[in-house]
Design a protein around this ligand. Structure first.
Ligand SMILES: Nc1ncnc2c1ncn2[C@@H]1O[C@H](COP(=O)(O)OP(=O)(O)OP(=O)(O)O)[C@@H](O)[C@H]1O
Ligand SMILES: [Mg+2]
Length: 243
C-alpha cells in the first residue's frame, strides 16, 4: 500500500504540491489525471524518493520513505518500476545496455546468459523482439517509450509507476500497452499508478481515477464518476481529453 499524507513540494516560489493526500491499495491501478504542469511527474518522483518533500510523507508498506537511510531507501526502490515520461534512455548505449543497467544495479550475481534471457523476454513483452543491438536514435518515440517500459519491468517490480505510457503511441499500440498494464495487474498483482492524459487508457486500466488541480487531489472516483461529473473544473479538463 502507498499512503501519501499532506505532501508539499515547491521549487523556489513555484508551489507545486500543496497538501496531496492519496492512498493506493495493494493490487489497485490508480490513474492520475490533471492539467500539464500541475505536478503529476513531481508526485511520482516523490513517491520513489527521487525528490524530497518540503512537508508531509510518503509511506510504502507502512514505512515513511523520507525517514530511511540510503540503504533502506535502495531496498524500497527495488520494489518499484518507473516508466519515465519521455523514456529517458541513454543515447550512447544500446537498447540491451539501457535495459541491463537497472538489472545489474539490482543483482550483481546474474550470469550474462540470464541477463540476455531477461532482456529478450521483456522486449518481447512490449512488442519489440530482437532490437537489443540498436541505439535509441534508431527508434521512433513510441518504440523508445516501450523500451522504457521494458526497463521498468526488468526487475519484476511490485509497484509500477507509469508516466504517460501511451502518449505518442498510435491507438493500436496504446491498446496493447493498456493490455500489458492490465495483464501485470491481474496476473502478477502489481500495484500501479498511471499518469495519463489518455482517457481511453483510464477507462481501460484504472480501478480509480484521481484528478490533480491547484496542488491537491481535487477529485477521486471511478472513470464514470469523472466523466459524468457536473463540476466545471473536471468538465473543462475532461472535455478536451475525451472525443
Ligand atoms: N526539478 C525541478 N526544478 C524546478 N522546477 C521543477 C522541477 N521539476 C518540476 N518542476 C516544476 O514543477 C511543476 C510541475 O511539473 P511536473 O513535471 O510535475 O508537471 P506535470 O503535471 O507532470 O505536467 P505534464 O502533464 O506536462 O507532464 C512545473 O511548473 C515544473 O516546471
Ligand atoms: Mg509530467
Amino acid at each position: 500500500m502507498i499512503e501519501i499524507i499532506d505532501l508539499h513540494k515547491q521549487f523556489e516560489d513555484n508551489k507545486v504540491l500543496q497538501g496531496v493526500e492519496l492512498t493506493i491499495k495493494q493490487g489497485e491501478t490508480l490513474a492520475i489525471i490533471g492539467p500539464s504542469g500541475c505536478g503529476k511527474s513531481v508526485l511520482l518522483k516523490l513517491i520513489v524518493g527521487l525528490l524530497q518533500p518540503d512537508r508531509g510523507s510518503v509511506c510504502i508498506e507502512g514505512k515513511n520513505i523520507n525517514n530511511l537511510n540510503k540503504t533502506e531507501l535502495y531496498e524500497v526502490r527495488k520494489l518499484f518500476g518507473f516508466l519515465f515520461q519521455g523514456a529517458a534512455l541513454f543515447d550512447s548505449m544500446t537498447i540491451e545496455e539501457n535495459i541491463w543497467l537497472s538489472l545489474v544495479e539490482n543483482d550483481h550475481n546474474l550470469s550474462q546468459n540470464k541477463i540476455d534471457e531477461i532482456v529478450s523476454e521483456k522486449l518481447e513483452l512490449v512488442g519489440l523482439p530482437g532490437i537489443q543491438k540498436k541505439k535509441p536514435a534508431e527508434l521512433s518515440g513510441g518504440m523508445k517509450k516501450r523500451v522504457g517500459l521494458a526497463r521498468a519491468l526488468v526487475t519484476n517490480p511490485q509497484y509500477i509507476l507509469y508516466d504517460e505510457p501511451t502518449t505518442g503511441l498510435d491507438p493500436i499500440m496504446s491498446d496493447s500497452i493498456d493490455e500489458l498494464i492490465i495483464h501485470l495487474n491481474k496476473e502478477i498483482n502489481v500495484t500501479s499508478i498511471v499518469v495519463t492524459h489518455d482517457m481511453f487508457s483510464v477507462k481501460n486500466v484504472a480501478d480509480k481515477v484521481s484528478m490533480m488541480h491547484n496542488g491537491k487531489i481535487y477529485f477521486s472516483g471511478t472513470y464514470d464518476e469523472v466523466l459524468n461529473s457536473n463540476d466545471t473544473v473536471i468538465q473543462n479538463f475532461v472535455k478536451r481529453t475525451v472525443l
